[in-house]
Design a protein around this ligand. Structure first.
Ligand code: B3K
Ligand code: ZN
Length: 884
């Protein structure tokens, strides 16, 4: 397999200005005819060969300026069609290929999902449709004519505007689409089949009327109302917050059950996997509703950040993804609760991105190389990328960030650009320089920042000494200091924020409150290996509230004492940092109990911790969802990540111990929270109702962990009386913590109720897959043979196999049975769908973190995988890098 490097980027020799596609859809084969207007890619012109990408294509003919090429005028290999001596200047290229979408299980290119035709071209799937320069800096105007049987494929969709449609002989019909905007081929889409739509409309800020359509099989139409609501909210939000208006008269969303990713932002024809569109109160949880809102927003926001301004090459992926994730996070924050959303995003970063950044697959948000681009649609590119974008906003404020965005669009609309272009727009719009900031794009690894503080009574100064350390990562043994914005406040002994007036840094005295207004949070620009900041006029020793709102994606190691942390948990005006103080305490507690457990000492819970959580649980002023988050312990992965040798059994035992101990000591408060947060109102997805349900469900799970008859009864009655999936599923999940008849009966009952709904059945798979009950590997093995399971459907694979690998206890079973299970599944999957297989094999990548026995067992599976015949490049890349 060939590795591709960012440093080797070259502009294309040939440009494609227009692309006219014609599809003849058929059950046996589909014929694709493309007509491309080609022009030279540089001033001088060129006569070098024109190499086009292609995979799994049967070439029927190739013409240049209307003349069929002779066999010695071009070459074909399994990956390319090369025109050996193209004419100088502008010319027409016509290519006809034959493809077999019904056999395409990779779900990349043109494929069938439940009978309908559908495409997925990002990153490099267009080359499975026709020979093309499949790279994002080749941007063209497209037309697309689709022809097919009218009964089988009544709906024919592509990008842009519908220009013509009509009937043809033999029961066929056609549609002609034209997209007025230049686009790279990864944004091309085609959908054909039996679909119905929910239609609505949106009037943009300049008065343009936009027709909105969400397409699904007829029976699912009632489940599209939340998605339609989300789309309209997103359109409005982007106008209000960024001044960005939709640019066509039609916006389509199509729902397909079989899809590799969550969704795809094809110009005016977004394609979504069902889970991220379809929802009803009975069958979808609050979590599903929130995910739909976020992802509908995300794909819509791509219309500007991704489509109008796209990436020069795939290394720049974070330019569109980091930015668009940041935008969807802000959108969800504005529609819900900012602190709670921030907590959820930071938890995700810590649970998934930190481990990636500390393992063999660690890469900067802009990777330097790849074998398969599909392997770099990662939490690092997306979520850490979003944190990097957030730092600009932290530095420049909302209005400075907006200025930067405006300049970015003013400069680059219609272009394919780089991360430096975004950085330059941000800095230029704010007349600023951010030294060492670009390091975030090129250095991998989570920086650790150490902070120590001291207060000088006589001079009334408070000093913070910072040092930073970016750990070595594959290929990057040595690191440079990074620019780290640290938002900070000082809390006085009564719990109030102190006004911040002046500060010494870089040997200079700076006034903080420039317009005479006191300020309570300031952002320190920490950009060297070591730096000291001294606050003046500090009347008493404060407790510093560091990294407010999590202002940079780092690990913070401060000298705050336990009592400082309890103080912040109770008092910090920055709610995020109240939560964070609780998490730091919980992490310390868990790590110390893990040590006790490993030394076979009896476990005991610090009463101060129980008191701290009790106070939070009893608070009547705090947001209920915040309370739920604040009483939730850090996950197993987060703790294992902090240990020299990860010990899943010990961490699980400790977490279970603390959970039960809290449940028992806080039982009355937890019971009260369950009862007082019941509601007989009809389901609504708004922050207050979601918060109420979240708190109730969190408390119920604590209680049921006790496995006592009264709480089991309570959960059963909650389960039976639930009128929405959020509460029904939460009580089922609570009950399924404890092995036994009650659990088995509840799981069976739930399946019988919901077997007609494959999305709910996927949840049922996931719940069992992620269970930590003893002997769960065998259960999951059995579920693999369940009639409702299907290896070809990514959503089911992610639920069952992904769920299993993501839950440490069974996957890391000491006898290696979990590893063996995954090893076999990966090989099977790889034959069907390499992208999905490679996502699954990633679960092995951190095998070196475990004890020697586990290491040997996991390594053996990786070696078995890598030596398999016909392995995909996707799986090869992950497996080989994991073993390196
Ligand atoms: N851009 C798509 C991801 C496509 C992944 C291809 N392997 C979804 C998104 O981030 O919006
Ligand atoms: Zn995206």
């Amino acid at each position: 397999p060939k590795e591709i490097f960012l440093k080797d980027y070259k502009k294309p020799d040939y440009l494609f200005d227009t692309v006219d596609l014609e599809f003849q859809l058929g059950d046996e084969k589909t014929i694709v005819a493309s007509k491309i207007g080609v022009s030279p890619g540089n001033e001088v012109g060129t006569t070098s060969p024109l190499a086009l990408h292609g995979r799994d294509l049967k070439l029927l003919s190739v013409k240049v300026n209307g003349t069929e090429l002779k066999s010695d005028e071009y070459t074909v290999d399994p990956r390319h069609l090369t025109i050996l001596t193209p004419p100088a200047g502008v010319f027409n290229l016509e290519i006809v290929t034959e493809i077999y979408p019904q056999l395409n299980t990779s779900l990349e290119g043109l494929y069938r999902s439940t009978g309908n035709f559908c495409t997925q071209c990002e990153a490099e799937g267009f080359r499975k449709i026709t020979y093309f320069q499949d790279r994002p800096d080749v941007m063209a105007k497209y037309t697309c004519r689709i022809e097919g049987d009218k009964t089988l494929y009544p709906v024919l969709l592509s990008n842009g505007n519908l220009i013509k449609q009509g009937d043809l002989e033999g029961g066929k019909h056609y549609a002609l689409w034209e997209d007025p905007f230049k686009k790279p081929c990864y944004l091309f889409a085609l959908v054909a089949g039996q679909l119905e739509c929910r239609e609505d409309s949106f009037v943009t800020c300049s008065g343009r009327n936009v027709t909105l359509r969400i397409w699904t099989p007829a029976q699912d139409l009632p489940k599209t109302s939340h998605a339609m609501y989300s789309l309209k909210e997103a359109m409005k939000w982007d106008e209000e917050v960024f001044g960005l208006e939709y640019d066509l008269h039609l916006f389509n969303i199509v729902v397909v059950p079989d899809f590799n990713m969550g969704a795809m932002e094809n110009k005016s024809l977004n394609v979504f996997q069902s889970r991220l569109v379809l929802a009803s109160p009975e069958a979808a949880t609050d979590g599903d509703y929130a995910a739909i809102l976020g992802v509908i927003g995300h794909e819509y926001f791509h219309n500007w950040t991704g489509n109008r301004v796209t990436c020069r090459d795939w290394f720049q992926l974070t330019l569109k993804e980091g930015l668009t994730v940041f935008r969807d996070q802000e959108f969800s924050s504005d529609l819900g609760c900012r602190t709670v959303k921030r907590i959820a995003d930071v938890s995700k970063l810590r649970s998934y991105q930190f481990p990636q950044d500390a393992g063999p697959m660690a890469h900067p948000i802009r990777p330097h190389s790849y074998i398969k681009m599909d392997n770099f649609y990662t939490v690092t590119v997306y979520e850490k990328g979003a944190e990097v974008v957030r730092m600009y906003k932290t530095m420049f404020g909302a209005s400075g960030f907006r200025k930067g965005m405006d300049l970015y669009f003013q400069r680059h609309d219609g272009q394919a650009v780089t991360c430096e272009d975004f950085y330059a727009a941000m800095c230029d719009a704010n007349n600023a320089q951010l030294p060492n900031f670009l390091q975030w794009y090129s250095q991998a690894g989570t920086p650790t920042v150490k902070v120590s503080s001291s207060y000088d009574e006589s001079s009334k100064t408070f000093s913070l000494k910072f040092s930073q350390d970016v750990p070595p990562t594959p290929g990057q043994p040595l690191k440079e200091p990074m620019f780290i914005p640290v938002a900070i406040g000082l809390v006085d002994s009564t719990g109030k924020d102190m006004p911040l007036t002046t500060i010494y840094s870089d040997g200079m005295l700076k006034t903080l409150s420039n317009d005479g207004q006191p300020i309570f949070t300031t952002v320190l620009q920490f950009k060297k290996k070591e730096e000291e900041f001294v606050f003046n006029n500090v009347s008493e020793r404060p407790v510093p509230s560091l990294l407010r709102g999590y202002s940079a994606p780092i690990r913070l190691d401060s000298d705050l004492t336990e009592s400082d942390l309890y103080f912040l948990l109770a008092n910090d005006s920055d709610e995020f940092n109240r939560w964070e103080a609780g998490q730091v305490l919980a992490r310390k507690l868990m790590l110390s109990l893990v040590a006790d457990f490993q030394q076979q000492k009896p476990l005991a819970l610090n009463p101060k911790f129980v008191d701290g959580l009790r106070a939070i649980l009893r608070s009547t002023s705090l947001d209920k969802e915040f309370i739920a988050k604040a009483i939730t312990l850090p996950g197993l992965g987060e703790i294992m990540d902090m240990m020299p040798v990860a010990d899943p059994d010990a961490v699980h035992a400790v977490r279970t111990f603390i959970k039960k101990e809290l449940a028992s000591q806080l039982k009355d408060d937890l019971l009260a929270a369950v009862t007082s947060n019941r509601s007989s109102e009809a389901y609504a997805f708004n922050h207050d109702s979601v918060a109420r349900r979240t708190l109730k469900n969190t408390c119920l799970a604590y209680l049921v962990s006790l496995n006592e008859p009264d709480v089991t009864e309570l959960a059963l009655s909650e389960y039976n009386s639930a009128t929405n999936m959020t509460e029904q599923f939460a009580s089922l999940a609570a009950l399924s913590q404890n092995p036994g008849q009650v659990r088995d009966d509840a799981l069976l009952d739930f399946y019988n109720k919901w077997q007609h709904d494959y999305l709910v059945v996927s949840k049922w798979f996931a719940l069992q897959a992620t269970s930590d009950i003893p002997g769960n590997v065998a259960n999951v093995q059995k579920l693999l043979a369940h009639p409702a399971f299907d290896m070809r459907n990514p959503n089911k694979v992610y639920s069952l196999i992904g769920g299993f690998c993501g839950s440490p206890v069974s996957f890391h079973a000491k006898d290696g049975s979990g590893y063996k299970f995954l090893g076999e599944v990966v090989l099977q999957l790889d034959k069907i769908n390499p992208q999905v297989a490679s996502r699954m094999v990633s679960a092995f990548s951190r095998w070196r973190r475990y004890d020697e026995t586990r290491q040997a067992l996991a390594k053996a599976q990786l070696e078995m995988i890598i030596s398999a015949n016909g392995l995909s490049e996707n799986v090869y890349e992950i497996a080989s890098k994991s073993l390196a």
